[in-house]
Design a protein around this ligand. Structure first.
Ligand code: PLP
Length: 348
C-alpha cells in the first residue's frame, strides 16, 4: 500500500550538514558564525519571556518588520518574516511552482533548491555555472516557461557573487520571479536590495543564521514589492515566527555595531585562510561569504576531509557530479583555522 505521493517516495530528501554532539569538535562545516551573538539578543528574549507566552505571536512579526524597515530604509510592508530563510524559500516555491512546472537553479549551488522542486512535483532545471562561476545565456533564457529561478548570491559552495547590474539584467530577461538568496550577503561587498524597487520580479531573502550568529534562533526575512508579499503571506503558516525569535532577531538587527565588528573579524580570518590554502596548493574561489571553496587538480580531497574529521576538525566535503570535489571550509575563529591549516599541512 503506497501511502505517500509518488514524488515523496521518489526523493531522497535534503541532508543537512553534520551537527556532532561533542563540544570539542572544531565545526567548520555549516557556515555558522564562530562567535556569540549580540548580548542585546538575550536581553530582548528575556523581556519577551517576562511578558509571557500565553498569546499567539503577531502573524507578521511586526516588531521585527518595523526594526528591519528602519535599518534597510524601506517600508514594513515590503518584508515577510520566516522561520529561517529556508522557510521563505519554501513559501515562495509553494506559491509560484506547481506540479510538472519548472524551477530553474544554478549548479553547483545550495542543494535545498532542488529538494524544494521535488517536493512540489516540479521539474528542476539545473544550469551550470561556467568554470569561473559566472552564468551564461542558459540561465536567463525565457524558454521552457520557468516559474521561479533561484540564485544564491554569494553562492554556496563557491562564495562568489554575480554583480547587481548583471542580476537586474537576468531578472529583466526572465519571464518569472528571480529569488536572490542573500544568506551570506553581509560578508560581501555588494547586495541586490535596491533592485527590488526597480523590478517586481526580484525577491531578496536574508538570514540571521550566519552574519548575526543566530542559526539556532531560526529567523530570516524576504524583501519584495508589497503586492508580491501579499500573495506569499497567503501561503505561510499563520504563526511561522515565534515571539521569542522575533524579539531576539529585532534586537540583533538593531545592534549595528556588533555586526560591523563581527564582519571585520570574519573577513580578516577569511583572507588569511584563503591565502594559506593557496599556499598549500589548493585552488580557492574568490569568496565574499564566510567560507572558502578549495579544490585541487592533482588529487581527490576526500581523504583530507576524512583525515581532518578523525582529528576533530569538521569541514564540508562536496562532490558534484560532472563538476568535481572540494572542501568548503567555514571561517571559524583564528585558533580554529590555525588548527585546520596545521593538520592539512601535515597531511599534504
Ligand atoms: C545559500 C543558503 N541559503 C539559505 C540557507 C538557510 O539559512 P537559514 O538558516 O536562514 O534557513 C543556507 C544555509 O546554509 C544557505 O547556504
Amino acid at each position: 500500500m503506497a501511502y505517500f505521493r509518488p514524488e515523496i517516495e521518489a526523493m531522497t530528501g535534503y541532508v543537512p550538514g553534520e551537527q556532532p554532539a561533542e563540544a570539542e569538535v572544531v565545526k567548520l562545516n555549516t557556515n555558522e558564525n564562530p562567535y556569540r551573538c549580540s548580548p542585546a539578543v538575550a536581553r530582548a528574549i528575556e523581556d519577551a519571556l517576562g511578558r509571557g507566552l500565553a498569546r499567539y505571536p503577531h502573524p507578521m512579526a511586526e516588531n521585527f518588520r518595523r526594526q528591519a524597515a528602519e535599518v534597510l530604509g524601506i517600508e514594513p510592508d515590503w518584508i515577510l518574516c520566516g522561520n529561517g530563510s529556508d522557510d521563505l524559500l519554501t513559501i515562495v516555491t509553494r506559491a509560484l511552482v506547481g506540479p510538472g512546472q519548472r524551477l530553474r537553479l544554478p549548479y553547483p549551488s545550495y542543494i535545498l533548491y532542488k529538494t524544494l522542486a521535488e517536493l512540489q512535483g516540479a521539474r528542476a532545471e539545473e544550469v551550470r555555472f561556467r568554470p569561473d562561476w559566472t552564468l551564461d545565456e542558459g540561465f536567463f533564457a525565457g524558454g521552457n516557461d520557468p516559474r521561479l529561478v533561484f540564485l544564491a548570491n554569494p553562492n554556496s559552495p563557491s562564495g562568489t557573487v554575480i554583480p547587481p547590474d548583471a542580476v537586474l539584467d537576468i531578472a529583466r530577461r526572465l519571464p518569472c520571479p528571480l529569488l536572490v538568496d542573500e544568506a551570506y550577503v553581509d560578508f560581501a561587498e555588494m547586495n541586490c536590495l535596491d533592485l527590488v524597487a526597480q523590478c517586481d520580479k526580484i525577491l531578496v531573502s536574508r538570514s540571521l543564521s550566519k552574519s548575526y550568529a543566530l542559526a539556532g534562533l531560526r529567523f530570516g526575512y524576504l524583501v519584495a514589492q508589497p503586492h508580491m508579499i501579499e500573495q506569499f503571506t497567503k501561503v505561510k503558516d499563520s504563526y511561522n515566527c515565534d515571539t521569542l525569535a522575533a524579539a531576539g532577531a529585532a534586537a540583533a538587527l538593531a545592534d549595528r555595531a556588533w555586526l560591523a565588528e563581527n564582519r571585520a573579524k570574519i573577513l580578516a580570518t577569511r583572507g588569511r585562510l584563503a591565502e594559506a590554502m593557496r599556499g598549500l596548493g589548493f585552488h580557492v574561489a574568490p569568496s565574499q561569504a564566510n567560507f572558502v571553496w578549495c579544490t585541487r587538480g592533482d588529487r581527490p580531497v576526500r581523504p583530507l576531509y576524512e583525515g581532518l574529521k578523525r582529528q576533530g576538525v569538521l569541514v564540508r566535503y562536496m562532490n558534484y557530479p560532472g563538476w568535481g570535489d572540494g572542501l568548503r571550509i567555514s571561517v571559524g575563529t583564528d585558533d580554529q583555522i590555525d588548527r585546520c591549516l596545521k593538520l592539512l599541512a601535515e597531511m599534504l
